[in-house]
Design a protein around this ligand. Structure first.
Ligand code: ZN
Length: 66
């Protein structure tokens, strides 16, 4: 079963920053409701500036390598 994507968060495995689609990334013009997968390819971690490929999916404390 695949849960609603809006419940999925992604964590930067470099610095631990979590992208939460319910919050978005205001500082970079990403409004709330934007899914991680819909972020522009040039979006980077606001903390360490690593690319999206350094993020993995987290869900309810369970984490999974992407
Ligand atoms: Zn990071």
């Amino acid at each position: 079963m695949i849960k609603n994507l809006s419940e999925l968060k992604y964590r930067c495995k470099v610095c631990g920053y979590i992208y939460d689609p319910d919050k978005g990334d205001e500082k970079r013009g990403i409004s709330s409701g934007v899914q991680f997968e819909d972020l522009p390819d040039k979006w980077r971690c606001p903390v360490c500036s690593y690319t999206k490929s350094h993020f993995y999916q987290v869900k309810d404390g369970y984490r999974q390598e992407v």
